[in-house]
Design a protein around this ligand. Sequence first.
Ligand SMILES: Cc1cc2nc3c(=O)[nH]c(=O)nc-3n(C[C@H](O)[C@H](O)[C@H](O)COP(=O)(O)OP(=O)(O)OC[C@H]3O[C@@H](n4cnc5c(N)ncnc54)[C@H](O)[C@@H]3O)c2cc1C
Length: 280
Amino acid sequence: MLDLAIIGAGPAGISAAYEAKKAGLDYLVIEKGLIGNTIYGYPVGLTVFSTTNELEFNKGELKPAREKPTREELLSYYVRFVLDNELNVQTEELVTGVEKSGEHFVITSDKGKYETRSVLFAIGSMDYPRKLNVPGEDLPKVHDHFRETYPWVKKRALIVGGGNSAGEAALFLAEEGADTTLAIFRGDWENNDPKQGCIKYWVKQPLEEELKKHCLKLFFLGKVLEIKDDSVELEDEDGQSCTLPNDVVFVLIGADADLTPIAHHVGGEAAEEGQLQRYE
Ligand SMILES: Cc1cc2nc3c(=O)[nH]c(=O)nc-3n(C[C@H](O)[C@H](O)[C@H](O)COP(=O)(O)OP(=O)(O)OC[C@H]3O[C@@H](n4cnc5c(N)ncnc54)[C@H](O)[C@@H]3O)c2cc1C
């Protein structure tokens, strides 16, 4: 019987494990992917926007070469933190259900079952990338994740989205020689309020430079109509249809958490009793 089962080994799950260990609890972290799986999924070479004090568990531990760490430096820090502190993390194990059984919980994963007195859902909110729900979205050239630029050099790339992930992908692609179009709602492009998840200014400024150099095109979007093998049908903000010749599409319009283990197996009762915490 565990004192605490932590689902997810992102920054929240790792810091919970560290505190649980310090408190002498019998705990286990179950992670469906790798340590820091969401960070592992960032674009290769990305410089994150947070400063070290916002990312490190103990002051002065994270020492990037420049002011802010890259994906690789951050990932390396989190992995070393887990290893050096001998945190009890099991990777590549998917939690499929959590059921209440009397005073405790039974956790079911694709590798086994665990009994625990309490559960911490530190599952983030990246499980289900949002879809456009248009014809052709299932074509192999359509991606819901941007990983790296080099396969797309000299290709006609369309990025659909209005947040930082879309902005960063457009910047990587435009800078590295893809024929890049960012399809974005005008309101998102003109939004400069960081609280509303706008494109950060240090991404937007270089994007504007790429526009001036004609390495990037903006398309003020009404809606995406259809994705075809070698083109995309779009409607602009004035309702005019337009066909863009195209080789690859990145749909970067956000993601949602997978709440099925919480919703289906625990329900509201345990949450009301305060035995279940949800961290996003
Ligand atoms: C490109 C990009 C850049 C970003 N840059 C920054 C930044 O500079 N600063 C910043 O503060 N934030 C940034 N973010 C957001 C940041 O990544 C998240 O806020 C952070 O990862 C949240 O931490 P977390 O531990 O709550 O969740 P996550 O890091 O998402 O961790 C949740 C973990 O739970 C696991 N999991 C989920 N479901 C299950 C299950 N059923 N069974 C087992 N394991 C499961 C997942 O695999 C994952 O590893 C960025 C995000 C992206 C996409």
